[in-house]
Ligand binder design. Structure first.
Ligand code: NAD
Length: 381
């Protein structure tokens, strides 16, 4: 254990590790700020700062109430101070549970009043993807910094509008790519970029599960697509952050079972190939009908093969190189994500996963859809 940059015992600073390994940082890593992430080990509450950044959670569904809200306890820079929901009963239930006063509970109708609440610095939008743009733009217009869940929005145009709204309002925008703040994934990036695996010759990532019927995730109007938008984005984003490159060409196919009512409006299995400028090829898949599910990536290099399985789970991520487990101290990825953004709010620094990161994924997802439709490779500018 070491004393990290914030002086709190038992957390470590990835930046220190990167620097000590003498890794040459790419421009993208520098932009993503991967050198400055610091986080708390799993299960260990961090000493709260005297003046934490105030967060309002908007949308009190499964992810907000089971992962995000409990993680505030592990934050040192971030505090849950307000709730915004379309369900007044949830405002009472979760407001009481988290000690949020009635003055800090808002419905979608009354949320414009957050403008005059100085306790709220950030609005965290955790609703279905098609609703992210309107809520994000509204929150920015109310003078608040915005964290939006992934996928950022159904279209590139909407992503641009979210970025522009925050820029015009002078507020910051973070996309909730928790894996960029998770210890195993950061260690995997280091293995790829440090030469530890030698020359990378191939990589693949697979994410899928068996989805239930009647969920918004299978409604294109709310989800923006099917498995690719929701779970496939983990495969896509991992191929990008592991390689440190942006693809120049995409080839994809989509397979939908013809007799399954879950897939009348959205896609099931997506198989895509990304060609990167170095010539490296990344292979990704996503699926909504997979039994069992998959959550993994594999990177083959001239000096070793790295496997993460599970790779991007809520807990229990496991990393091996040539079959040997890589020792990684697990951290609370949600607390790390939120504290990082709070630090950015305090300093004005661009977050590690800004709107542009979400926009890039959506641009590639659209190219994947286009390729699957035409049967042709799609070049990316
Ligand atoms: P959910 O269905 O459990 O919750 C969605 C919430 O949004 C509910 O409170 C619901 O009342 C509200 N809602 C539904 N339709 C709405 C509408 N039209 N307008 C406004 N509010 C509406 O879904 P979830 O699993 O919590 O997912 C929410 C968001 O979080 C999605 O964007 C999803 O992709 C993302 N998510 C991210 C992760 C991750 O690991 N980063 C994990 C799960 C979900």
């Amino acid at each position: 254990m070491e004393v990290g940059s914030t002086g709190i015992l038992s957390h470590y600073d990835v930046g220190v590790q990167y620097t000590s390994m003498s890794i040459e940082l790419s421009r993208r890593e520098a932009i993503l700020g991967l050198t400055s992430l610091a986080f708390a080990p799993l299960g260990m509450a961090r000493a709260p700062k005297a003046n934490p950044v105030g967060w309002a959670v908007l949308g009190l569904g499964s992810y907000a109430t089971n992962q995000i809200m409990p993680a505030f306890e592990h934050c040192s820079q971030s505090k849950l101070v307000a709730l915004i929901s379309g369900h007044p009963d949830k405002l009472v239930r979760f407001g009481d549970r988290y000690g949020i006063p009635a003055t800090h509970r808002y419905t979608y109708d009354s949320m414009d009043a957050i403008r005059s609440n100085p306790d709220i610095d950030v609005v965290y939008v955790i609703t279905p993807p098609a609703t992210h743009p309107a809520f994000a733009i509204r929150a920015a217009g109310l003078g608040k910094h915005v964290c939006s869940e992934k996928p950022m929005a159904p279209t590139v145009d909407e992503c641009r509008k979210m970025i522009r709204a925050c820029s015009l309002a002078g507020t910051l925008l973070q996309i909730g790519y928790r894996c960029h703040y998770e210890a195993h994934n950061l260690r995997a990036i280091k293995a790829c970029r440090s030469g530890e695996l030698g020359k990378i010759t191939s990589m693949r990532s697979d994410h899928g599960f068996n989805i239930g019927r009647g969920q918004w995730r299978t409604e294109r109007a709310l989800a923006g697509g099917g498995s690719m938008m929701d779970i496939g984005i983990y495969s896509l984003n991992a191929l990008r952050y592991l390689s440190g490159e942006e693809p120049v060409e995409v080839v994809a196919t989509i397979t939908n079972p013809s007799d399954d009512p879950r897939f009348v409006d959205c896609e099931d299995t997506v198989d895509f190939k990304l060609t990167f400028p170095s010539g490296l090829v990344g292979h990704g898949t996503s699926g909504y009908s997979w039994i069992p599910g998959k959550n993994q990536f594999e990177v083959v290099g001239s000096k070793g093969t790295m496997v993460a399985n599970p790779a991007t789970a809520y807990g229990g991520d496991t990393l091996t190189i040539d079959g040997r487990v890589v020792a990684v101290e697990a951290n609370n990825q949600w607390a790390a994500q939120m504290d990082h953004f709070s630090e950015c709010v305090r300093s004005g620094k661009k977050p590690a996963t800004p709107g542009e990161e979400g926009l890039t994924d959506i641009r590639i997802v659209q190219a994947i859809y286009e390729s699957a439709k035409t049967g042709e490779p799609v070049r990316l500018g």
